[in-house]
Design a protein around this ligand. Structure first.
Ligand code: UT7
Length: 402
């Protein structure tokens, strides 16, 4: 990407959206056989019933690439129309190169700048805000923003306080420049470093490089102070959303739908209460996916739009919180035809996208032993579209106009 000379102020509209969830389902009952937990506790304390688990051949880049190509098809553009790729993740395929670089090659883009964004569960909102800055400044015309996570390979399946929460998946949007008002209207991003060690992954970085000892100590798994994180989330999420709403010159009652980070139903209920809004303004799909970190907001946004929950002209707020502690929110005026998303999803099958692997290196089996049995079970070949849109024919193949 080279910096454009025409730097006229523009608006950044969502023109494309797509998501991908792996086929394998891990239920609360499955977890009962792994750790001392039960379905009732998990549902009551979190609202989660099941989550998706990536197959052995899948990676963060492969899931991200499917979601990304679906978003590009929904937008009705070509991969090479993308000027920049921003990929939010805390579970990159490698420390280097960036997962965004792998996605760029896999989707067939030859000209975009590509980089990862690290802001944990708030990562997609941070990446969205960055994309918006590039588009509204005139430096980019189309930016692909992805949130993708493969968390099930970073969980300790003997720690019941974390392993029940997280799942895998990817979501993406295309932000495009236009002179007509709409798109992102208001924004708020916060970081509170005093929460730095409330959710963290101790080893593998420069402070504690990977070694036999760090692995013996289980320091390559996600650790979390659940109650402190819960307090931060309930304290922060509503105020962050409110700041983004007021930044747009609106009030909470003007917002048609909130797309909150899907961490815990009780946290989402607290946001609704904090903003004095009914729960039907909050989109919820965590019962089916658990917490997919940076992927949670874009998966939820894509599903909400495809389910007909968003109309042209609606005001939508995306809002997230996560490790750091970070939080972020964007108020968006929706301008795209919501019907396009189903066609975009159907136009791209998972096998259509291949992430290139190194020729002279073979990784060890990536599936945690505790999950191996679940992974061996036969599952559906893809996420049925009628899961998302009741009445939609399964695997309907619809043409997307160019
Ligand atoms: O993207 C950001 C990621 N993080 C989050 O969003 C996490 C935010 N925090 C939470 O969602 C909640 O704090 C949790 C769901 C993690 C935990 O719920 P809680 O209501 O805060 O439970 P707690 O940690 O206070 O634990 C209550 C009890 C404890 O037993 P005792 O000490 O009262 O005997 C735990 O040991 O529940 C026990 N417990 C469990 N019991 C059955 C903890 N995990 C489990 C489990 N199954 N999976």
């Amino acid at each position: 990407m080279s910096v454009r000379s025409d730097r006229a102020q523009r608006y950044a509209h969502v023109t494309g959206w797509g998501r991908y969830a792996p086929a394998q389902v891990l239920t609360n009952r499955d977890l009962e056989r792994m750790v001392d937990t039960d379905d009732e506790w998990i549902v009551q304390r979190t609202g989660i019933r099941e989550r998706r688990v990536a197959a052995a051949h899948e990676t963060t880049a492969s899931m991200a690439s499917v979601a990304a190509l679906r978003a590009i098809r929904t937008a009705g553009i070509e991969p090479d129309d993308i000027d920049m790729i921003l990929l939010a993740t805390l579970t990159p395929d490698y420390w280097m190169p960036s997962t965004a670089a792998l996605v760029k090659e896999a989707i067939g883009n030859t000209r975009a700048a590509a980089m990862d964004v690290a802001a944990a569960c708030s990562g997609f909102v941070y990446a969205y805000a960055t994309a918006q800055a590039y588009v509204t400044s005139g430096m980019a015309r189309h930016v692909l923003v992805i949130g993708a996570e493969l968390l099930t390979r970073f969980l300790d399946y003997s720690d019941r306080s974390t392993c029940i929460l997280f799942g895998d998946g990817a979501g993406a949007v295309v932000l495009s420049a236009a002179d007509e008002p709409g798109g992102g209207l208001g924004l708020e991003l916060t970081t509170e470093p005093q929460g730095a060690y409330m959710i963290w992954l101790p080893a593998g970085g420069a402070k504690s490089p990977p070694s036999a000892e760090t692995i013996t100590r289980g320091e390559h798994y996600i650790r979390m102070e659940g109650r402190e994180t819960y307090r931060f989330a309930t304290r922060t999420l509503a105020t962050t959303a409110l700041a983004a709403i007021e930044d747009a010159g609106l009030s909470p009652s003007d917002i048609d739908l909130f797309i909150p980070h899907q961490a815990n139903i009780r946290i989402i209920e607290a946001v609704a209460k904090g903003l004095d809004l009914p729960m039907d303004r909050m989109y919820v799909n965590l019962d089916r996916y658990g917490n997919t970190s940076a992927a949670s907001v874009p998966i939820a946004l894509a599903e909400a739009v495809n389910e007909g929950r968003v109309k042209v002209g609606d005001h939508v707020v995306i809002v997230a919180f996560g490790a750091g502690f970070t939080s972020g929110a964007v108020t968006i005026q929706w301008t795209a035809d919501p019907a396009r998303g189903i066609a975009g999803d159907a136009a791209v099958k998972p096998d259509d996208v291949q992430v290139r692997l190194p020729v002279d290196w073979d990784s060890v089996d990536p599936i945690p032993a505790a999950l191996a049995e679940v992974m061996a079970r036969p599952g559906p070949v893809d996420v049925p579209l009628d899961d998302v849109v009741p009445g939609e024919p399964e695997h309907a193949h619809l043409e997307v106009s160019e």
